[in-house]
Design a protein around this ligand. Structure first.
Ligand SMILES: [Zn+2]
Length: 106
């Protein structure tokens, strides 16, 4: 049975995990991204050092954004600066919480 636990929350972002399915979900307004535990840690690793300013683009509305590819072809995430900050803070916090859970439950 699914027992999702919230392991991080920042702005509009919430990260939950289910230890039974070994899945991590990132909830961001209308978008829900699901990862296995190992996909999640690879994603965090790959995106860890990305600097918002190095990838700046302008959205159709003229807002400064960064477009980030996901492990799923044809689906990209779009971030404003604040959303970017919240997203990666939430991922860092989630990774930290996973470590804690691992120590407590293994
Ligand atoms: Zn589950």
């Amino acid at each position: 049975m699914c027992k999702p636990t919230v392991i991080a929350r920042k702005g509009n972002i919430a990260v939950t995990q289910c230890v039974n399915c070994k899945m991590v979900n990132i909830w961001n307004k209308g978008v829900l991204i699901s990862f296995t535990f190992s996909q999640f840690s690879s994603f965090v690793e790959v995106t860890n050092d990305l600097d918002f300013d190095n990838y700046l683009e302008n959205s159709p509305d003229g807002v400064e954004i960064v477009v980030l590819a996901t492990p799923y072809p044809d689906i990209s995430l779009v971030f404003t600066r604040e959303e970017w900050y919240n997203f990666f803070s939430a991922l860092a916090e989630a990774t930290y919480m996973q470590e804690i859970y691992r120590m407590v439950h293994s």
